[in-house]
Design a protein. Structure first.
Length: 98
């Protein structure tokens, strides 16, 4: 009975106080966090798309350069032009002769 008749309340300083307003604020904070996560995911998707487009462009440029290299080798062969580098082995002409 003595517990029920107390007129004072002890308040401990290290105990976290939560009120209804704090609980409502937590709900809104979680929704904002979810919105930020969705926005970051969309930004990541845009970044991935950009990287994929860049890789496709790079692959096309690489294949174009390879075809131009092959064409130049054929032109040099038709015109009997000796290059300093042997295309088959990548050795200098002086190294081949010695």
């Amino acid at each position: 009975m003595k517990r029920l008749e107390r007129h004072s309340i002890l308040e401990y300083p290290n105990v976290k106080k939560t009120s209804i307003i704090d609980e409502i604020a937590k709900l809104f904070e979680q929704q904002e966090t979810q919105d930020e996560e969705e926005e970051m995911n969309m930004e990541l998707d845009d970044g991935i798309d950009t990287i994929q487009d860049t890789n496709a462009t790079l692959d096309k440029l690489t294949s174009d350069i390879e075809s131009m290299k092959d064409m130049m080798q054929l032109i040099c062969a038709k015109m009997n032009i000796n290059s300093e580098v042997n295309a088959d082995e990548g050795l200098l002409a002086d190294e081949i002769n010695s």
